[in-house]
Write a protein that binds this ligand. Structure first.
Ligand code: FAD
Length: 518
């Protein structure tokens, strides 16, 4: 990795004929795009404004603890393996992926626990505890989830939706699979028990969606997890990011840190490169943006080039919720706490309405608690545990004064954990760091501080999301949470896979410029 920020002009290929691809941002989507473009003959430069790659998967290291900033539930590992294979390598040679069990421990407000597992028999036992009739209902729900997976994952997620015709082709299958229903609504058609409905409908929250609004396509996650499992890499999610950076560099590409793009340059209707905040201009044959899609269109591409994603249209878009994330280390171990725990509060729909619709910061909350040291003790000093706890909160339209609220909210979460599954927590803290909606806006340049970009509702899916091949100018492409198919590590890795279908192979550009030179 190279840290460089001197004002200058670099030309595409640096004198070589190899077409140059610029990638703005080094999230999972940006790095996966870089690997795919490298494998298709491009010389790739990734430009990242922060001092470390990873985006949401940034790693905070303090007081001897390693805190993965974002993704912790790693599903669909084959999407990552493909990237190593494109470089002639095996992921298993670099990354030690461990299956996590239970996938999630769901704790209800009254203290009852549901262990969500991959093993079919254990799942049946868990469901029976709550409602014996739902054992059979769950099997039927899982069969439906598999059918949705076959369409939603295999025919939708890696496919560009550049025209309304692409959408029309898939519509009959989507209607047959009831994609017009919401996740909760579809789950409720199978499952009777209200608490089990919550257990099988919370997944959209992992990608920024409200289970009461998100299209039921997202129920495919139930099958995806059952078939392939849930994983965590030894060393933390940051090892995946480091592994991807090594792949880019191994292909001859470069990841430049502390390098912020200020504008995508357009010449003769095509993306011609970028201008950095430092004033430096970098030329390129194609530009791929992994920045937040609303931020790209609002701030990096001047308004005169935008016909579809105007400032007015961007204001009408619904954005995902934000998150309050508290990373903390403890002086002792909490051995009884599972790797992934979901602590559901007293309200389900009411709380989600507060977050997504009314946009008010509620007094109650539902939490996700991450204890990576359950799988890899080396992420904390000996005898200690590393954690993060996140609370879904409204994005910045709530008007919450986070500077004033931050410590009160953190202390309230701490007190709740202390009174439930982490006794004495207040006195055991050894390290603490907070990321709130203001942090998402300032550190990750997310419009309205949304944690997952454009909200995943049916009317903002596929063709209706900002396209992977920009509608505005030629030679500009989008990857990451704010484009198709959407947020989550599998989603953004799939967005990079779409590039293979819409970006010409580098050889085609070489031939094109050779022809125009004749
Ligand atoms: C707390 C949290 C927990 C999550 N948990 C999970 C999980 O368990 N499982 C899961 O699958 N998903 C999870 N997600 C979602 C998942 O992490 C994200 O959807 C995904 O990582 C986003 O990747 P991305 O490719 O969109 O890029 P991002 O991670 O958004 O990265 C974009 C990068 O672009 C850079 N950038 C932006 N603008 C510029 C510019 N102008 N110049 C240079 N660089 C720029 C930013 O600095 C950033 O590094 C979680 C998200 C969060 C926030």
């Amino acid at each position: 990795m190279n840290i460089q920020s001197s004002p200058s002009t670099s030309t595409a290929g640096g004198g070589s004929d190899t077409p140059h691809a610029l990638v703005i941002g080094s999230g999972f989507g940006g790095l996966a795009a870089a690997v795919r473009l490298g494998a298709r003959g491009y010389r790739v430069t990734v430009l990242e404004r922060r001092d470390q790659p990873g985006g949401r998967a940034y790693v905070y290291r303090q007081d001897g603890f390693t805190f993965d900033g974002g993704p912790t539930v790693i599903t669909a590992p084959f999407l990552l393996e493909e990237l190593w294979e494109l470089c002639g390598k095996r992921m298993a040679d670099t990354i030690d992926m461990r299956p996590v069990s239970p996938f999630y421990r769901v704790r209800f407000h009254d203290g009852e626990v549901f262990d969500y597992q991959g093993d079919a028999e254990v799942m049946r036992e868990q469901i029976r505890k709550f409602n014996p009739d739902d054992v059979e209902h769950y099997e039927r729900f899982l069969r439906m989830s598999e059918q949705i997976f076959e369409v939603g994952f295999e025919r939708l997620s890696h496919v560009p939706f550049g025209s309304i015709l692409d959408m029309l082709k898939i519509t009959p299958a989507m209607i047959r699979l009831q994609s017009y229903r919401t996740v909760y609504n579809l789950v409720a058609r199978f499952i009777e028990d209200e608490r089990l409905r919550q257990v099988f409908s919370f997944h959209p929250l992992l990608v920024g969606g409200n289970p009461f609004k998100t299209t039921s396509i997202y129920t495919l996650i139930a099958f995806l997890e059952r078939k392939w499992g849930v994983f965590f890499p030894i060393g933390g999610t940051g090892t995946l990011i480091r592994g991807l950076v090594e792949l880019v560099e191994g292909q001859g590409g470069e990841v430049r840190l502390e390098t912020e793009v200020e504008e995508v340059l357009v010449e003769q209707g095509r993306a011609a490169g970028v201008r950095l905040k430092s004033g430096e201009r970098i030329d390129a044959d194609i530009v791929v943006s992994n920045a937040d899609s609303a931020y790209l269109y609002k701030h990096l591409l001047p308004a005169r080039y935008r016909k579809r994603w105007t400032d007015k249209k961007l204001e009408r878009v619904r954005y995902s919720m934000s998150l309050f994330v508290w990373y903390f280390g403890t002086k002792r171990k909490y051995e009884d706490v599972a790797h992934h725990t979901i602590l559901l509060g007293p309200r389900y729909k009411g709380l989600l309405d507060d977050i997504f619709e009314r946009k008010v910061l509620a007094e109650d909350f539902s939490l996700y608690l991450h204890r990576p040291t359950a799988t890899d003790p080396a992420l904390a000093p000996a005898g200690c545990d590393a954690f993060y706890v996140l609370s879904p909160v409204p994005h910045l339209d709530s008007g919450t004064d986070w500077e004033a609220e931050r410590e009160r909210y953190r202390a309230k979460i701490c007190a709740y954990l202390s009174s439930t599954i982490m006794p004495g927590l207040e006195d055991e803290l050894a390290s603490s760091h907070v990321l709130d909606p203001l942090g998402f806006e300032r550190e990750l340049l997310s419009h309205k501080g949304a944690a997952f970009g454009v909200e995943p509702v049916l009317t903002q899916s596929a063709y209706f999301r900002p396209h992977n091949e920009s509608e505005e100018i030629e030679g500009l492409y989008l990857v990451g949470a704010g484009t198709h198919p959407g947020a989550g590590v599998p989603g953004v890795l799939s967005s990079a896979k779409v590039l293979d279908k819409v970006v010409p192979h580098a050889d085609a550009l070489v031939h094109r410029s050779a022809r125009s030179a004749q």
